[in-house]
Design a protein around this ligand. Structure first.
Ligand SMILES: [Zn+2]
Ligand SMILES: [Zn+2]
Length: 84
């Protein structure tokens, strides 16, 4: 009996999402669909506009004056604004 493979992230079968690939970046080792691989790559390629650290190391990014700022830089900006 031929079992269809299921993406380990979105849990959709390859009959729905297309061919699955084994993904071994970012300390992951999973069988994923192309959508999930794209989302993960996007996620890890995001950087804070201020400190340029990868966003995943510093929590989520916040939209601020058309820039994406990490929560740590955002705290600094808010502190500065409060003291002005
Ligand atoms: Zn998937
Ligand atoms: Zn930052």
């Amino acid at each position: 009996m031929a079992m269809s493979d299921v993406c380990e992230r979105c849990k959709k079968p390859d009959t729905d999402v297309g061919k699955l690939a084994s993904y071994k970046n970012h300390e992951l080792d999973k069988l994923l669909c192309q959508n999930c691989i794209e989302e993960i790559d996007d996620y890890y390629s995001l950087r804070c506009s201020k400190c340029d650290k990868p966003a995943h190391l510093r929590g989520t990014l916040i939209e601020y004056k058309n820039e994406k700022i990490c929560t740590i830089c955002m705290d600094e900006i808010r502190l500065k604004e409060d003291s002005d």
